[in-house]
Ligand binder design. Structure first.
Ligand code: ITT
Length: 186
């Protein structure tokens, strides 16, 4: 299948897990494309639309992913706008928005959509956590400010080997792989 995204960091976190499954007929390649995103308050709806657009471009088994960081004290913001907010105010902007806030709870959500040309299948992963008071560690996206529940440091500080074992992406990816191997690889 092709993983279609503008963001190669996501692919890097996916490919190792799939390769480790060591199934010769289950391989994933990266197709770097910027896909049109619809405005919706649901990551699932955005993902479905992205999967349709991606399939139109690659015409082969297609996987896309849409993520969102939902911050409790901001009523779920940036949520479906996470990409735009990251590009505009970034991690320092998020920290400023929360400067007087004691409730720092947040959830990172990952939604994969797999399109085989006929049907679209959705897989969701969630990681609860909190937003740090300052950026910590070297990492992409929101990793320097997201602290997974049960830990004291951000994903970026904990490192990628560790993040990839417990992340929202990992949880959704395991569901996808279990389904794919049971249904598509007889
Ligand atoms: P696509 O082309 O696949 O849409 P994107 O980077 O625009 O790539 P999303 O809209 O799915 O991705 O992601 C929303 C934002 O959340 C975006 O700024 C990402 O960098 C960030 N993000 C997604 N997953 C992340 C993760 O595991 N760690 C840190 N930031 C993440």
């Amino acid at each position: 299948m092709y993983f279609v995204s503008s963001n190669e960091n996501k692919y890097k976190e996916i490919v190792d897990f799939i390769q480790a499954l060591d199934r010769p007929n289950f391989t994933i390649k990266f197709k770097q494309l910027e896909l049109e995103e619809i405005q919706s308050d649901s990551l699932e709806k955005v993902s479905e639309h992205k999967a349709l657009k991606a399939f139109e471009r690659v015409r082969y088994l297609t996987l896309i992913e849409d993520d969102g960081l939902f911050i409790d004290a901001l009523n779920g913001f940036p949520g479906v706008y996470s990409s735009y907010i990251f590009k505009t105010i970034g991690n320092s902007g998020i920290i400023k928005l929360l400067s007087d806030e004691k409730n720092r709870k947040a959830v990172f959500r990952s939604v994969f959509a797999f399109h085989d040309g006929k049907n679209i299948q959705i897989f969701v992963g969630e990681k609860c956590g909190s937003i740090s008071h300052s950026p910590e560690g070297e990492g992409w996206g929101y990793d320097p400010i997201f602290i997974p529940e049960g830990f004291e440091n951000t994903f970026a500080h904990l490192g990628y080997e560790f993040k990839n074992k417990i992340s929202h992406r990992r949880i959704a990816l395991e569901k996808l792989c279990t389904w794919f191997l049971a249904n598509k690889q007889k």
